[in-house]
Ligand binder design. Structure first.
Ligand code: NCD
Length: 306
């Protein structure tokens, strides 16, 4: 039995298979419409979510399966003091696979150690978000045609943004990927990302503060919101929240074929005037998230559709 806790849990070859399967699903969804009949997905969300939870549920429904779960810690027995390991033991009796989001880093890992069904990390604190990464890789591969030979700018809250941490980890495994990390001093990537991920893998990267200076160099711009819920005080958040606002003027500095991604939700960091730019692909990315999660569910349940 396999779980998905870290973006590196699959080899590059296995990930390629998942991305290929997602592509097949995109082009022929009917073929997969009954693949998970009789199967149940539990979504255990101890932290707010719109996209991740609903896209998991939509993915399972598109495969003909059923879903059950909870969408906040308050509406689960966690409010009564139940541990994650007890909860997953019980969920294992109800469902065939579980997607879990938790504010504590490592909680889905703990769950996986006590689970008799596959556990998917749907985001753990400021740590990792591997299914957003599969979504991002699918978006990049589908719209850019490649996962190597890219200069990617990651902009915003690189300290607390788990989508950024997971995407950097995943992209270090492809050739000739250059990282430009764009953040205020206070929100730079954690040192383990700089030392153990980027430097340890000999990856080319630079850290800058302004977006304008690097726009012309980028193949991809990955925008992120400032992670309000992970700040210790409101004052720091207020000071940081509008640090970057991507607008038409800044888009004019970018290449014709640069793509803008964002895991969403967006707050102020991308002006709505950018939404109509053909290079803005963050809403397409949401659709890729459903195909990616369908492919992941089939893979973890070991269901093959010929
Ligand atoms: C992200 C998350 O939850 O980390 N959202 C998502 O899953 N698409 C990004 C965010 O909340 O900023």
């Amino acid at each position: 039995m396999r779980h998905l806790i870290s973006p590196l849990d699959f080899t590059v070859e296995e990930l390629d298979e998942i991305l290929d399967l997602a592509g097949k699903i995109e082009h022929n969804p009917e073929k997969y419409a009954h693949a998970c009949e009789g199967k149940k997905l539990a979504t255990c969300f101890y932290e707010p979510s719109t996209r991740t939870r609903l896209s998991f549920e939509a993915a399972m429904m598109n495969l003909g399966g059923n879903v059950l779960g909870f969408s906040s810690a308050n509406s689960s027995s966690a409010a009564k003091g139940e541990s994650v390991s007890d909860t997953i033991r019980m969920i294992s009796c109800y469902a065939d696979i579980c997607a879990m989001r938790h504010p504590k880093e490592g909680a889905p890992l703990v769950a996986s150690l006590h689970s008799s069904i596959p556990v998917i990390n749907a985001g753990d604190g400021g740590h990792q978000h591997p299914t957003q990464t599969i979504t991002d890789l699918l978006t990049i591969k589908s719209l850019k045609g490649r996962l190597g030979n890219l200069t990617i700018g990651l902009c915003g809250d690189l300290k607390f943004g788990r989508t950024v941490h997971s995407l950097i980890k995943a992209l270090t495994r492809y050739d000739n990927v250059k990282f430009i990390l764009i953040s205020p001093e206070e929100l730079r990537v954690p040192s383990y990302i700089r030392e153990d991920v980027l430097k340890a893998n000999n990856k080319e990267f630079e850290e800058v503060v302004t977006l304008e200076e690097v726009m012309p160099k980028l193949d991809l711009l990955y925008m992120t919101r400032v992670q309000k819920e992970r700040f210790f005080n409101e004052e720091d958040y207020v000071r940081m929240k509008d640090f970057y606002i991507l607008d038409k003027k800044k888009m004019d500095l970018a290449r014709e074929d640069m793509l803008v991604l964002h895991p969403l939700p967006r707050v102020n960091e991308i002006s709505v005037e950018v939404d109509d730019d053909p290079r803005a692909v963050y809403f397409k990315q949401v659709q890729y998230g459903v195909y990616a999660r369908m492919a992941l569910i089939l893979t973890l349940l070991n269901i093959k559709v010929d």
